[in-house]
Design a protein around this ligand. Structure first.
Ligand SMILES: CC(C)(COP(=O)(O)OP(=O)(O)OC[C@H]1O[C@@H](n2cnc3c(N)ncnc32)[C@H](O)[C@@H]1OP(=O)(O)O)[C@@H](O)C(=O)NCCC(=O)NCCS
Length: 166
């Protein structure tokens, strides 16, 4: 099940981000900021966050059922372009289709809003090789690479998918 973010998910998501061992504290702080915008500013339209629940866990345990999450929003000053800002699946739940379902949900949602284009950015560092394979596997195309963007030797890699060309 994929559902909107609730306050009870906050701590679980922060733990999940740390558990992936992929993000710096500064990156987690930015993710946290986004969680708080969505939780505390109900009228804002810049960001939306959904969580996917673990299929295997039946009993509610205060947010422990969250297997992963995804944040996204309309790209400012565009018509029909959307950014996927952030996503992560708990390490012990990766490779079971949760990430694919989250991105599939996003694409359906963007389509339902008459959106055309989804943009995803990530890092070129080797530790993100599996993540980039994941995006390629979902039909995203690498469209740009900005060398030394995040830091020397760490490029910004931009993936896109035009939803009306499928
Ligand atoms: C990237 C991530 C979100 C993928 O989620 P996931 O639930 O593990 O991925 P899924 O199980 O849904 O995999 C979907 C497809 O991608 C493929 N895939 C997943 N990981 C892959 C890998 N390491 N190498 C190659 N393909 C991979 C799967 O084989 C699957 O393909 P299939 O449907 O043909 O079987 C997750 O691994 C993660 O949280 N990684 C760490 C954090 C991160 O990198 N977040 C993104 C920041 S930009």
């Amino acid at each position: 099940m994929i559902r909107p973010l609730t306050q009870g998910d906050r701590a679980t998501i922060l733990r999940l981000l740390r558990d992936t061992d992929m993000f710096t504290e500064a990156e987690i702080a930015v993710a946290e900021e986004q969680l708080d915008i969505v939780l505390n500013q109900p009228g804002q339209k810049d960001y939306d966050i959904v969580v996917i629940m673990d299929d295997d866990v039946v009993v509610h345990d205060g947010g422990g059922r969250v297997a992963g999450y995804l944040s996204w929003g309309p790209t400012p000053l565009t018509e029909g372009t959307y950014d996927m800002y952030w996503m992560a699946v708990a390490p012990d739940k990766q490779g079971r289709g949760y990430g694919k379902r989250l991105v599939g949900w996003l694409e359906e949602r963007v389509r339902s809003e008459k959106g055309r284009l989804v943009v995803i950015e990530t890092s070129s560092l080797p530790k993100y090789n599996p993540t980039r394979e994941f995006y390629l596997g979902l039909g995203y195309k690498e469209t740009a690479r900005i060398p030394d963007f995040y830091k020397p030797g760490d490029a910004r890699v931009i993936y896109i998918k035009y939803l009306n060309q499928e």
